[in-house]
Design a protein around this ligand. Structure first.
Ligand code: HEC
Ligand code: HEC
Length: 278
């Protein structure tokens, strides 16, 4: 009988030891799980951002002048923007709330021509709750670098800029490069293809594509600019946006600083791409 009691005691002790070892490892296992879950969320968020947010907020959330504010900026994460509008919650709540319901009315002091759209299905937008969560995780993932002051991606390309003289000869352009530029942080597609803030570039119905329009615009009776060739017309449209305002649109809608942001090569590539849209 005695040896049976001893064996029973021993197995209870062994079980307790095993349980203790497993329990000790649990927080680490859970932390590992949480980290990989967060990493996956950030990855998913990056994909959604690329398609839905980049046209207005830029590839790295650096913002596009005249289109949408920077999201990778210190003043978002240090609470300055929240305080400015009297928001009492955390930065994360603010980011989630803005993405979910959008900003149908512009904040005071801003005059972006396009509104921040509503994204959550709860408010009639296209995205599910888990997709909103991923976007919040992605935006919040900029916090550390933004607060260290290293995150702001410069907007101006390095080196020479094309300026606003439309008679300067441009280098040979590459249409594929130009197309890629319009999809990057210059924000062109946000207004000209995804949105209807600017004239559509692609042909539709009776309206010819941008390449064909460029060939005839400067011959029109109402033309107020100085272009003498289709290439000059396109360059002028980009760097001197108010020289001629397309009928049906207002002035000052297109960002006015592309002349200071584009290199001559960028400008040539954009012009080559636009000319190819027939
Ligand atoms: C059509 C352009 C456009 C698109 C697309 C867009 N936004 Fe915005 N977003 C804006 C504008 C404009 C504002 C500033 C609104 C204001 O304050 O008047 C803004 C503001 C924000 C803010 C608040 C920033 C602040 O400082 O107050 C967040 C966060 C944000 N957007 C996230 C996103 C995310 C995430 C997506 C993609 C799901 C997205 N936006 C897509 C235009 C856009
Ligand atoms: C914030 C919105 C916005 C952005 C961003 C924008 N545009 Fe525009 N664009 C407009 C509007 C509005 C017009 C029409 C008014 C005018 O002529 O200025 C226009 C006109 C044009 C025209 C003349 C169209 C025609 O039918 O003759 C061209 C070409 C053009 N934009 C190219 C570009 C390029 C290239 C980019 C990016 C480097 C760009 N735009 C970025 C809003 C925008």
């Amino acid at each position: 009988m005695k040896w049976q009691i001893a064996l029973g005691t021993l197995s209870v002790v062994a079980t307790v030891i095993v349980l203790a070892i497993v329990a000790a490892g649990e927080p680490r296992r859970m932390a590992g799980f949480t980290t990989s879950y967060q990493a996956r969320q950030v990855e998913t968020g990056a994909l959604i951002f690329e398609n839905s947010c980049r046209p207005c907020h830029g590839a790295q959330g650096e913002g596009i002048e005249g289109v949408a504010p920077a999201l990778n900026a210190a003043d978002l994460f240090n609470g300055n923007r929240l305080r400015a509008i009297g928001f009492a919650g955390t930065v994360q709540d603010y980011v989630r709330a803005t993405i979910s319901s959008g900003r149908p009315v512009p904040s005071s002091g801003t005059n972006y021509p396009q509104r921040m759209p509503t994204w959550s299905q709860r408010f009639g937008g296209p995205l599910r709750d888990d997709q909103i969560d991923s976007l919040v995780a992605y935006v919040m993932n900029w916090e550390e670098r933004a607060l260290q002051g290293g995150a702001e991606v410069t907007q101006a390309p390095p080196g020479e800029v094309v300026g606003t003289d439309i008679t300067v000869p441009l280098p040979a352009g590459n249409a594929d490069q130009g197309k890629a530029l319009t999809e990057g942080n210059l924000g062109c597609v946000g207004c000209h293809i995804l949105g209807a803030t600017g004239p559509a570039w692609l042909p539709s119905g009776d309206t010819p594509g941008m390449g064909d329009r460029a060939a005839t615009r400067f011959g029109q009776a109402d033309y107020t600019g100085h272009a003498a060739t289709p290439e000059q017309y396109l360059l002028e449209s980009i760097v001197l946006t108010n020289a001629y305002v397309v009928e049906g649109f207002g002035p000052d809608l297109m960002p006015a600083n592309y002349g200071q942001r584009l290199t001559p090569q960028d400008a040539a590539d954009l012009v080559a791409y636009l000319l190819s849209l027939r």
